[in-house]
Design a protein around this ligand. Structure first.
Ligand code: PLP
Length: 438
């Protein structure tokens, strides 16, 4: 299997090279040159998420040094469950299931990709290599998942930059509770400043001579492929029981989670419709409607991990379906504003006893308001991307009670925090990184 950029000439890279590089040199995203195809029977004997994931990812690693490591990596990365929970809707209201992707260390789906990437980096590095320093700029969820995934892994260090005062108190604690090989910096600036500093650091000669820098960006294949594993495992589980395809509604921002689902279906898994559930950032919804791609600045919503105005993974979707009509057949998209998110959180608590996080509520709202024929006629799965306990500031006032924090998250939120302050400049970041090496 070889990989090339969505933008340019064939590059013919192997999986490990694409994972180590992250982004293609022309700024494009890595996609496979030729698609593998798997039959449902190919997964016979795969019982756990780790086994399904290894089977699914194996063809992508064919001919690469990751090939012999994949089973070990998925076993390391997927050490928690992705349960499919049925919600009993009213008689005749249709079949609704919830895929809970929040049982990992930081209670959001990004744990799957971050842990797979960390497990891969660890095995691709040889003991004599210098320490790999992962630099992340974060506006919330990503930094925590990456820090957790790399925490205490030998040969690796993480530097997290976040905008001071611009992440929620719960998020800030998840970014600063690690210590050991993780350093967290509160930058006196915005998320864009953090991102700019990281980009500048990657091309800074002085830093790159002194240390080995790497990224754990969400567009990395090493974060995307493992996300296809839970769609494979869930759809197979449903197929084996009911001989029907399961249909997914996915809370979406940068489209990494959704592309993983669409790739899984493309390879041959029994997945029916895929609906992209966006918040008020409606770039994708408008594109499918008008055929005009017009990325724009993001607007702030209560589902902030989905506040993306220029979703990078659209490039992968368009590479797979260059014809807009074909793309319209492959996915549909809806946009839900903050008011509907709030109302949905309130009403589904009463109706189903379910407490959604603000992102998951977007998908729940799309399910509740879709045309009746589709809702009743097809089995639907709402993808729960995070635990509501990560967003108590938003959810608790809506349901007018407190949320029980899952034990793993509670443990994490109790740890002592360590944070350093940083001016929003490359010079400041350089000094901080270099001084730590003495
Ligand atoms: C990142 C995130 C999303 C959006 O996922 P994409 O892959 O960027 O589309 C949705 N919900 C939560 C909780 C997230 O952290």
């Amino acid at each position: 299997m070889r990989f090339s950029s969505t933008r340019g000439e064939p590059l013919g890279l192997r999986l490990s090279e694409a994972v180590l590089r992250g982004l293609a040199p022309d700024g494009g995203l890595y996609v496979p040159d030729v698609w593998p195809s798997l039959a449902i029977g190919d997964f016979d004997g795969c019982a756990t998420l780790a086994e399904v994931g290894a089977r699914l990812i194996a063809p992508f690693a064919a001919g690469d040094r990751l090939d012999s490591l994949v089973a070990d990596i998925t076993a390391d990365a997927f050490n928690f469950e992705a349960p499919l929970v049925s919600v009993s809707a009213a008689e005749g209201d249709g079949e609704m299931h919830v895929l809970e992707l929040f049982h990992g260390p930081t209670a959001a789906f990004k744990d799957f990709g971050a842990r797979f990437l960390a497990a891969s980096f660890q095995r691709l590095r040889s003991p004599s290599d210098p320490i790999v320093n992962i630099l992340v700029a974060t506006s919330g969820d990503t930094g925590g998942a990456v820090a957790a995934a790399f925490h205490r892994r030998p040969g690796m260090a993480v530097t997290v930059l976040f905008p001071k005062g611009l992440v929620s108190p719960t998020q800030e604690r998840q970014l600063t509770c690690w210590g050991d090989n993780v350093r967290s910096f509160a930058v006196a600036g915005t998320f864009d400043d953090c991102q700019r500093m990281v980009k500048e650091a990657f091309v800074d000669a002085q830093l790159n001579t002194a240390m080995s820098l790497s990224s754990a960006n969400s567009i990395n294949l090493g974060r995307l492929l493992p996300q296809a594993a839970y769609y494979a495992s869930t759809s197979l589980q449903y197929w084996r029981r009911h001989a029907r395809k399961l249909n997914f509604i996915i809370p979406s921002g940068n489209l990494g989670n959704a592309v993983a689902c669409i790739w899984a279906r493309h390879i041959g898994l029994p997945i029916g419709r895929v609906v992209l559930a966006h918040n008020a950032n409606r770039t994708v919804v408008d594109y499918l409607q008008t055929g005009e791609w017009s990325p724009r600045r993001s607007v702030a919503t209560v589902a902030s991990a989905m506040d993306v105005g220029h979703p990078s993974n659209m490039e992968r979707l368009r590479a797979l379906h260059p014809d807009i009509e074909v793309l319209r057949g492959a996915v549909t998209a809806e946009s839900v504003d903050d008011e509907r998110i709030a109302t949905r959180i309130r009403s589904d608590r009463r109706r189903f006893g379910q407490i959604w996080c603000p992102h998951t509520a977007v998908a729940a709202e799309v399910w509740a308001t879709m045309d009746e024929r589709s809702r009743r006629g097809l089995p639907w799965c709402i993808v729960a991307t995070a635990s509501p306990a990560k967003f108590p500031e938003i959810v608790e006032p809506l349901i007018d009670s407190s949320i029980t924090v899952p034990p793993a998250l509670a443990e994490l939120l109790q740890r002592p925090t360590q944070v350093e302050s940083l001016e929003p400049s490359l010079a400041a970041l350089r000094t901080a990184l270099l001084s730590a090496r003495q």
